[in-house]
Design a protein around this ligand. Sequence first.
Ligand code: AMP
Length: 207
Amino acid sequence: MSRALILIGPPGAGKGTQAKRLMDRLRIPQISTGDMLRAARAAGTPLGLQARKFMDSGALVPDEIVIGLIDERLREPDCSSGFMLDGFPRTLPQAQALDALLGKLGRKLDAVVLIEVDEEPLVARLSGRRTSKVDGRIYHVVTDPPPPGVEVFQREDDREEVIRERLAVYRRQTEPVIGHYDEQGLVRRIDGSGSVDEVTARIDRAL
Ligand code: AMP
């Protein structure tokens, strides 16, 4: 089974949900630059404050910031048996920096899992998304409502106008990253429609 993985796909494709499931099964850490940036914001660090204005408008945070985060994170001991990158790389310079970093660390990628979903359902998925304050589990107000008593919150950037901008940013800046990994023969295309379990099963088959 593959160990060094990237999960890529438009916002709302289910990367975070699938990453958490894969992490439990493969026993490798999920590394989400979005989660790391949100934690930095919540902690009020200078980096978090710097990232804030980009995130709230749906724009990408500058490459050097996220590359620095990943550089530090991949050197942590828990990454020695593998890792799953969720939401990184999102630009060609980030992908090139990752190639260089992995070369330096003497590692290589096993696969890039691309979760493909049509754009229309994404807006509905994201605008109904809620996250548990307790364990970060992701719910949806209509299709997967949180049980009574579980406190949830809505991400700032899951408002409709910001969602549209994030989708445009994905098309413009992140889609070229897929071509980069196609050239390396690493991309596994997964149909992201249907239930969470169906998508998990497709990913399992593809790996
Ligand atoms: P996510 O939780 O992955 O959807 O990320 C939320 C937001 O964090 C994005 O809309 C960006 O503003 C920022 N972000 C997360 N990962 C990256 C990245 N690899 N490059 C630039 N910005 C990022």
